[in-house]
Write a protein that binds this ligand. Structure first.
Ligand code: G3P
Ligand code: MG
Length: 268
């Protein structure tokens, strides 16, 4: 039996894969994060019209591609044909909207641990949770540590738990509701991901007392990252990959956390 730590994942995580250094949720962003020494990335995944998972934050392609319209009107093949780089910079022209399977191949090749945030349009939460959880299990069958699924949607997480119960889950909230313990308990979440502005030392202690980890998004000030780590936050998601670097903890002499909290398998 292995000892399970509270957060067996990288503690500085590149938000939307490349943060502010590359067009979000693209393969070039994953390569940029790996090139800067990051060991972990957060990516956003949602269902395309064909029912397969692609990397995309928004419900429409307007902001991050050269096209417009709801993502529900594009198949994964259509999306591969869009330019997802030029909005960020001409040097990224020709970058496409990747399918989740292409991202998985690159994460395996670079050794990047992955937090897959599942996004869903209204009414498609359960389908997205079921389908993307199964896709993640198929694409990362033996990863250790396992990828982490997260979502703002309790319905997404409930579906993911039903389809692939052994994939670890995290509930994302902006300002934690007073009853945050109820959904994280019901959904057997391993972590609570909280908007960094609402993270306090007391909240960190309360979340740890509940037996789970807490991660803060999106932390773009090194000073704020330092405070959060000193308070004991388990991880931060950052866009500023050059200011809050992968080696932030060692350069700031921040101790490793987290005595083991259980003796369950480390696979989850
Ligand atoms: O997963 C944390 C963070 O990514 C949630 O916010 O809007 O950047 O997906 P958003
Ligand atoms: Mg996200």
């Amino acid at each position: 039996m292995l000892t399970r730590t509270r957060w067996p994942y990288p503690r500085v995580v590149a938000h939307r894969a490349g943060g502010s250094v590359a067009p979000e949720n693209t393969l070039v962003a994953l390569r940029a994060a790996a090139g800067l020494g990051f060991a972990g990335v957060e990516i956003d995944a949602r269902l395309a019209a064909c029912g397969s998972a692609v990397l995309m934050h928004d419900a429409t392609v307007d902001r991050t591609t050269d096209a417009s319209g709801p993502i529900a009107e594009f198949t994964a093949d259509d999306l591969r044909g869009l330019d997802a780089g030029v909005w960020f910079g001409n040097e990224y022209a020709g970058e496409h909207v990747p399918a989740l399977d292409a991202a998985a191949v690159l994460c395996h090749a670079t050794g990047l641990w992955t937090n897959i945030e599942i996004k869903a349009d209204d009414g498609e939460e359960a389908e997205a949770g079921h389908v993307i959880a199964r896709e993640v299990k198929r694409l990362w069958p033996d990863a250790s540590p396992s990828p982490l699924l997260s979502s703002f949607s309790e319905e997404v997480l409930a579906a993911a738990m039903e389809s692939v119960p052994d994939l670890p889950r995290a509930l994302i909230v902006r300002q934690p509701p007073t009853d945050w313990r109820e959904p994280v308990t019901r959904l057997k979440c391993r972590a609570l991901h909280v908007d960094q502005q609402y993270v306090t030392e007391a909240l960190i202690a309360d979340v740890h007392a509940a037996g789970i980890a807490i991660a803060a998004y999106t932390v773009n000030s090194p000073g704020r990252a330092l405070v959060l780590f000193e308070w004991g936050v388990d991880a931060v998601f950052t866009d500023e990959l050059r200011d809050i670097r992968a080696d932030f903890l060692t350069t700031h002499d921040i101790a490793s956390p987290a005595a083991p909290t259980s003796t369950e398998s480390d696979a989850g």
